[in-house]
Ligand binder design. Structure first.
Ligand SMILES: Cc1cc2nc3c(=O)[nH]c(=O)nc-3n(C[C@H](O)[C@H](O)[C@H](O)COP(=O)(O)O)c2cc1C
Length: 197
């Protein structure tokens, strides 16, 4: 069994990795409440609170799988039995799947992109807070996230869109090793930037 370690904010931010192989136990309601408190502090222009979450646990994951499979079948005809089964069983890969979606408001100063980013930041804070409490998660999308049929079956409104499916549970493996990225590959100064040919 993985030993849960509590991490400082900076340690967590620097070291988080995704965990695709997940099992029970899932976080408790109290642990999830910390995650949502963290998510709700995402940067958010005009405090529009564009993030929404739908939790799927137990047989709700099977219901979700059926929705994803039938949504995809409508939009991509000719999928093989095997492909359909894979989509259907997808949500069973973790004890808890949290669907994060953006609820976009009409606002004169806050474009759609900013609201999508805010919802994405909320999703990131949520998985960070899970990691900090010893849980694993992986953020997935794929065709099902952008399917109109799935959106309708999920009863999302026209101004709402899926940002990601967050698969959550206890990691079955240790954190993987990740390469350290070089700061200079990603960061520059204004002087260097403006001197570009
Ligand atoms: C918006 C978004 C969508 C993603 N969709 C998928 C996906 O559908 N399938 C997948 O394997 N990884 C997806 N990823 C990437 C994984 O969540 C993960 O970040 C990646 O495997 C790299 O692993 P790491 O987070 O440990 O660095 C997505 C990430 C983001 C931010």
């Amino acid at each position: 069994m993985t030993i849960k370690k509590k991490l400082t904010l900076l340690e967590g931010l620097k070291n988080r990795v995704s965990h695709p192989r997940l099992t029970e136990p899932m976080p408790t309601v109290e642990e999830l409440a910390h995650c949502y408190d963290a998510a709700f502090r995402a940067p958010d222009h005009a405090w529009l609170r564009p993030w929404r979450f739908i939790e799927c646990r137990g047989n709700e994951r099977e219901q979700l799988g059926a929705i994803l499979a039938s949504g995809l079948e409508k939009e991509i005809p000719g999928l093989s039995e095997q492909q359909m089964e894979k989509v259907k069983n997808g949500p069973l890969r973790a004890p808890l799947v949290i669907i994060c979606y953006a609820h976009i408001s009409d606002h004169p100063k806050v474009p759609v992109l900013e609201q999508q980013i805010a919802a994405g930041c909320a999703a990131h804070s949520l998985i960070m807070a899970l990691y900090a409490q010893g849980y694993g998660a992986v953020w997935r999308t794929g065709d099902v996230a952008y399917s109109q049929s799935v959106k309708e079956a999920m009863k999302l409104d026209v101004n709402e869109q899926i940002i990601g499916f967050l698969y959550v549970g206890t990691p079955l493996a240790e954190d993987k090793e990740v390469p350290k990225l070089e700061k200079d590959d990603f960061v520059t100064s204004l002087a260097v930037q403006l001197a570009k040919k």
